[in-house]
Design a protein around this ligand. Sequence first.
Ligand SMILES: [Zn+2]
Length: 278
Amino acid sequence: MRFNAREPMPNPPVTSPEPQPATRRQQGATAPPPRPEVVEGDYRKSVELALQDDVERERGIRSFKVISGDPKQPYVALTFDDGPHGDKTMLLLDTLKRLKCPATFFLVGMQARRYPGIVERMAMEGHEIGNHTYHHYRLPLIPLEEVATELNLCRDVLRSILGVRTRLVRPPGGEYNAAVQRIIELNGYANILWTDDPSDYKAGRTAKQIEGFVARDLTPGGIILLHSGVLPTVEALPNILANIRSRGLIPITVSELIQRGGGLLKISKVRISQTSAH
Ligand SMILES: [Zn+2]
């Protein structure tokens, strides 16, 4: 696991009265296993996600998972992971408002619990909110029942703030396997991955670089992975949006992208309604 000191992510809430699971384990008789938190730089590459998708399709595995919108339609989705991060996220929201750009935020439950007002603001300003687990653990590395717990804890925090639950989840780092995918679906979620990762979380990334990577990889139907606590990303946003719009593309939320999606997404939608019936 690589660590990056610039933006340790996500920061546990300093004032949180809730002990972390590792602490609870340490109080028990058995030694705690290493906690598999995803930190910056651990994200899977877009090409790896696409390859895994190819393999799954070759094997006839159909799941409610979205790695892209419809490439024949002029829409893209900007997604921001890991927040809220206090003032940095407020600045991001100010910028999105000024640019009239709806986005999708995949929130970490313990961060949402720390900043409920920011979560409310996101919803009030037309952004979509998805589940990014409670502790930001690498889901394939923890027991399956804990995968469900991670989703449920985050769901409960978001529901207590917003009054509704989300149907979107993004596994930390984009890490999932068949068992994790099944838990995601059984809990009524779609697994939302991405097409473009400009690696805005990497130390030393400049706004110019971030905007350049987004421009280089931008395609219709793209889902762009960005992060909520990164100031160069906020700085890059005006040019990112100008580029998106100059190519005739329209930024929309992930759910809208799914609703406007093509054949694969329609198959997936059927699948989730079947799964939800169990
Ligand atoms: Zn994340």
